[in-house]
Design a binder for this molecule. Structure first.
Ligand code: GAR
Length: 185
């Protein structure tokens, strides 16, 4: 059973916000202790502050970032590290050290379209369906054990922007559902 969590972000933080809201509304039984970033002031920080969650810029350098994060996790007995639009690849050392403690959301049905710009690549390839995946993070890029997947049928009469936005809404719902399933374990 997970209790104390941190969220790692790099950008907008819409997944982060939906998780924070779910915690506030007791839909999720997690305490979000802090929001960290590899960027100095991402838009996500403003959102976290609105919910009175402390924010911290780690470093843009991976070794320093992981050192500080490890220190915080140990000191504060963090159980779960939630990646929500965090755009750095963590080192194999770090992921091995926190095995089954780091979760990520990816905007595709893994193992299809791993890596960056998954929505654009799914769209351009012309696939009829894609989806979202919540998974544990291991040393590979989007290769860890899958926790939950949800499919999304692409409506090609609509624009790419519409598709991306609808998929993001599905991400929000799927992340909550996946974290709930961990919460029960
Ligand atoms: C989301 O679509 C998330 O799946 C993606 O970045 C976006 C962040 O949006 N992450 C990845 O592609 C990771 N490989 P958000 O900041 O609004 O949650």
């Amino acid at each position: 059973m997970y209790k104390k969590a941190v969220i790692l972000v790099s950008g907008t933080g819409s997944n982060m916000e939906s998780i924070i809201k779910a915690c506030k509304e007791s839909v999720l039984h997690l305490k979000i202790e802090r929001v960290f970033s590899n960027r100095s002031n991402p838009p996500a920080f403003e959102k976290a502050t609105k919910y009175k969650i402390p924010t911290e810029f780690l470093s843009s350098k991976l070794d320093r970032l992981e050192e500080r994060l490890s220190e915080y996790i140990h000191k504060n007995q963090i159980d779960l590290i939630i990646l929500a639009g965090f755009m750095r690849i963590l080192s194999p050392n770090f992921t091995a050290r926190f095995k089954r403690m780091i979760v990520n959301i990816h905007p595709a049905l893994l193992p299809a379209f791993p890596g960056l710009d998954a929505q654009r690549r799914a769209w351009d390839t012309g696939v009829a369906k894609t989806g979202v995946t919540v998974h544990f993070v291991d040393e590979g890029v989007d290769t860890g054990e899958i926790i939950l997947q949800r499919e999304f049928i692409i409506d090609r009469t609509k624009s790419f922007e519409f598709f991306k936005n609808e998929l993001l809404k599905l991400e929000h719902r799927t992340y909550i559902e996946a974290l709930q399933s961990l919460d029960k374990k």
